[in-house]
Write a new protein. Structure first.
Length: 436
């Protein structure tokens, strides 16, 4: 599992938590406020029945005795008040209403009906419970409307307190859930990280197969990967053995033909040389692992040092100078034989063509190999021909003409790019870039 996939899963979990917790908070907060309104309506209803039980008409005037009324109706700024209207005319109000700037609403209610509603006046909110009735007094019936009013502040105070407490709880829950989520993330991804690390070790050649112990779901993947590795190695070895057997079988008849007097004829000698070169080429291709799924990391400098030492001995008559620019930690992700073939062919050709100087520089990220010399160079119209199998330019007086073709095929098998241009030293410059 890649790091981005792990982070995506963690991000999804965090987003779900960020979505669910605020939604739950809002739902609980709204449910509490709804319950506050229900309780407020019930309390106002109790107070209303208390007022109804105390209404009297004395000398044509509405009076309400105070024995059954709540103390809040007599305390200023209590937030609870009551009004009685007769056809929209105020006929009575509680003592607590004297400090309020509130006018009873004009609700057109049929007798016996009541209404609970919010009213806003003077930038303040109130909750009003109103009931219409016909009050009998002696021989007359008086239509009255009783309004019991409660300021919204009596609701907002407990609501704010509840919301603050709820917020603290939810913050605590969010912290606990975050810790549990991180613990679960670490616990569930730890086997994946171990598997990823093992795969990387197999890729760079530190081990040949996966050996760790994993949960049942990953154990199946581990076994499948091990089977894939084993099958690939068997196929590669079988392919190499078949080509090796074929090449060795052909070498004997070719050797017999080369001892014949007829083989000294120029035409036959050229064809025999081509056959020998093709056999060598196919043997080298059989040893190539450019298409392997798992590539080892080969240190370049030790291999390069060996090649340069051998070339300096071979071309000692030239007083050959080979400059090397290569860090100790530069690596090639592939097969050592392939790297040897690429560097060997390029350096050998440069040593043949140069006057005395060959330069090779290597850099990483991406891996770039540059080989150049101070020889006569290669004409631009001959560049394409140089990489064709069997072609040999006058600059290179020896060989079968397959060396650079092998280099080109090996570079292509690693999805690399091979370029040829002129060197500042005067000769040719070969530049190879491998993708990371």
């Amino acid at each position: 599992m890649s790091l981005s996939l792990k982070l995506r899963q963690l991000l999804i979990s965090v987003l779900l938590m960020l979505l669910l917790l605020p939604s739950s908070f809002l739902a609980i907060d709204q449910a509490f406020y709804t319950q506050l309104l229900t309780n407020a309506e019930q309390k106002l209803e109790v107070n209303m029945y208390a007022i109804l039980s105390e209404i009297n008409i004395i000398d044509g005037k509405i009076e309400v005795s105070g024995s059954a009324l709540a103390p809040d109706f007599y305390r200023p700024d209590s937030g609870l008040s009551a009004y009685i209207t007769d056809e929209n005319q105020l006929v009575w109000q509680s003592d607590s209403s004297l400090s309020q700037h509130f006018s009873p609403p004009n609700f057109a209610l049929p007798p016996g009906e009541h209404l609970f509603a919010g009213v806003e006046q003077n930038n303040e909110e109130y909750w009003v419970l109103s009931i219409a009735l016909l009050f009998d007094s002696e021989d007359t019936t008086v239509p009255l409307t009783v309004h019991v009013v409660q300021s919204d502040k009596r609701l907002s105070a407990p609501h704010i307190s509840f919301r603050s407490t709820l917020a603290r709880w939810f913050i605590g829950i969010a912290i606990i859930l975050s810790l549990l989520m991180l613990l679960a993330y670490y616990w569930t991804t730890k086997p994946l990280s171990r598997l990823d690390n093992e795969i990387r070790r197999v890729e760079n050649g530190s081990q040949e197969q996966l050996n760790g112990r994993y949960p049942a779901e990953l154990a199946v993947i581990k076994e499948d990967l091990n089977l894939l590795l084993a099958n690939q190695n068997r196929q590669k070895q079988r392919y190499r053995h078949h080509l090796s057997d074929l090449a060795h079988a052909l070498k004997t008849p070719v050797a017999v033909l080369q001892t014949s007097e007829l083989s000294q004829q120029p035409e036959l000698k050229e064809q025999l040389d081509r056959i020998t070169g093709m056999i060598e080429h196919q043997l080298k291709r059989a040893s190539s692992s450019g298409q392997d799924i798992w590539k080892k990391q080969i240190l370049i400098k030790p291999l390069l040092t060996k090649l340069v030492s051998a070339l300096e001995k071979i071309y000692r008559d030239k007083d050959l100078i080979i400059n090397i620019e290569c860090n100790d930690n530069n690596v090639f992700k592939g097969d050592e034989t392939d790297l040897m073939e690429i560097l060997g062919n390029l350096l050998d050709n440069a040593s043949k063509a140069c006057k005395s100087l060959v330069s090779i520089s290597i850099s990483q990220h991406p891996l770039t190999l540059t080989v150049e010399d101070d020889g006569p160079g290669i004409p631009a119209d001959k560049h394409h021909q140089l990489f064709q199998r069997g072609s040999r330019l006058d600059t290179y007086s020896e060989g079968h003409g397959v060396g650079l073709a092998i280099v080109a095929e090996l570079v292509e098998s690693y999805s690399g790019q091979l370029a040829l241009d002129n060197s500042p030293y005067g000769g040719a410059r070969f530049k190879i870039v491998f993708p990371d």
